[in-house]
Design a protein around this ligand. Structure first.
Ligand code: NAD
Length: 339
């Protein structure tokens, strides 16, 4: 699998770009073709580390464009697809849900269906040379809905998506699942918790807190700041994806989470405390924290039980939130202070 040719979708976004850089370094004989539409969320500057790597190529295009994907499969004969491309911001899915249905549902279907047609001649009949070819679908813990004060999402938790974003991701998960059960296609799905780290889009919570603080602007926190997420450092996620891609069992889903439940006000306070140390100003950055009107339908708590991937594939997160956030802040300080 290490000298295979992989189609990565959405590799100019946050997690995909971190993954491509990590994977090419860990697997020097693998080739990656990155197909990305370069929406507002995708940036080629996220891929500066690999742009001159002979094993890396970029194609600008839409995962809904069947003719383009068929053409790419014919040229490159991909051994695998690692599918990140998505509309990913919940707030945008409330304002303008249509792109979420198009990319996340129709786009996933198109990519999956072309891969199946290229790799398989009939249900449970894989073409010669395609036996190990695999489709890895990256999804989210948001498909499980929301938790109360206790409990964890396991791979057996029933789906109960609450936002147009999570509903579109849930739909795509079901389509991927159906291609295993109906066609015997070699698919795996990962459902991960909130990622943070370098290269995340400015619109997301942690880059927003850091940016607003540095600029001396109010740091907006939804509602009472008590919403809880299970924070996963992006490099730990990339290592999990690599493991599932190479060693996960076909047809299975794996939850990936950092066991780092923190509420939003804790996140904001911690970032301010680090900034107070590394970039002190006259007043603490904490004074900038401002509570704003809550997001409609805001899920209270997500938390992942990652014991399946830990036990079966020997994965574990190397960073806790307090160590990962320091690395993250260092990266954004360079970005925002240079800019
Ligand atoms: N960021 C998180 O915390 C998180 C958590 C759980 C799951 N996920 C999932 O991980 C995946 C990657 O998330 P991310 O945070 O890197 O997202 P992102 O928004 O940073 O990047 C998405 C990328 O997909 C590309 N894209 C969008 N529509 C496309 C289309 N129609 N065709 C081709 N490319 C298209 C964008 O240009 C962008 O480069 C998504 O599937 C998301 O649902 C993310």
């Amino acid at each position: 699998m290490t000298n295979s040719t992989i189609l990565v979708s959405g590799g100019a976004g946050f997690i995909g770009s971190n993954f491509i850089t990590y994977y090419l370094e860990e697997n020097p004989t693998a080739k990656i073709i990155n197909l990305d539409k370069l929406t507002y969320a995708g940036k080629l500057s996220n891929l500066i580390e690999v742009e001159n790597n002979k094993n890396y190529s970029f194609v600008k295009g839409d995962i809904c464009d069947r003719a383009l994907i068929e053409k790419l499969f014919n040229i490159y004969n991909f051994n695998g697809v690692i599918h990140f491309a998505a509309e990913s911001h919940v707030d945008n899915s409330i304002e303008k849900p249509e792109a979420f249905i198009s990319t996340n549902v129709l786009g996933t279907f198109t990519l999956l269906d072309v891969a199946k047609n290229h790799w398989m001649q009939a249900p449970n009949k894989v073409n010669e040379g395609c036996t190990n070819n695999r489709f890895l679908h990256i999804s989210t813990d948001e498909v499980y809905g929301t938790l109360g004060e206790t409990g964890l999402f396991t791979e057996l938790t029933p789906y109960a998506p609450n936002s147009p974003y999570s509903a579109s991701k849930a739909s795509s998960d079901f389509i991927v699942r159906s291609y295993f059960h109906t066609f015997g296609m070699n698919v795996v799905t990962t459902n991960c918790s909130n990622n943070y780290g370098p290269k995340q889009h400015d619109e997301k919570l942690i880059p927003t807190i850091i940016r607003k603080a540095i600029q001396g602007e109010n740091i907006p926190i939804y509602g009472n700041g008590k919403n809880i997420r299970d924070w996963l450092y992006v490099l730990d996620h990339c290592k999990g994806i690599d493991l599932v891609y190479k060693t996960g069992k076909a047809g299975e889903t794996y939850n990936i989470g950092g066991k780092n439940e923190r509420d939003n006000i804790y996140i904001a306070n911690t970032i301010c405390e680090v900034l107070d140390t590394v970039l002190p100003k006259q007043k603490s950055y904490k004074e900038l924290i401002t509570f704003v009107k809550d997001r409609p339908g805001h899920d209270f708590r997500y938390a992942i039980d990652a014991s399946k991937i830990q036990k079966e594939l020997d994965w574990k997160a190397n960073e806790n939130f307090e160590s990962g956030i320091k690395k993250t802040i260092n990266w954004y300080l360079k970005k925002y202070i240079k800019a």
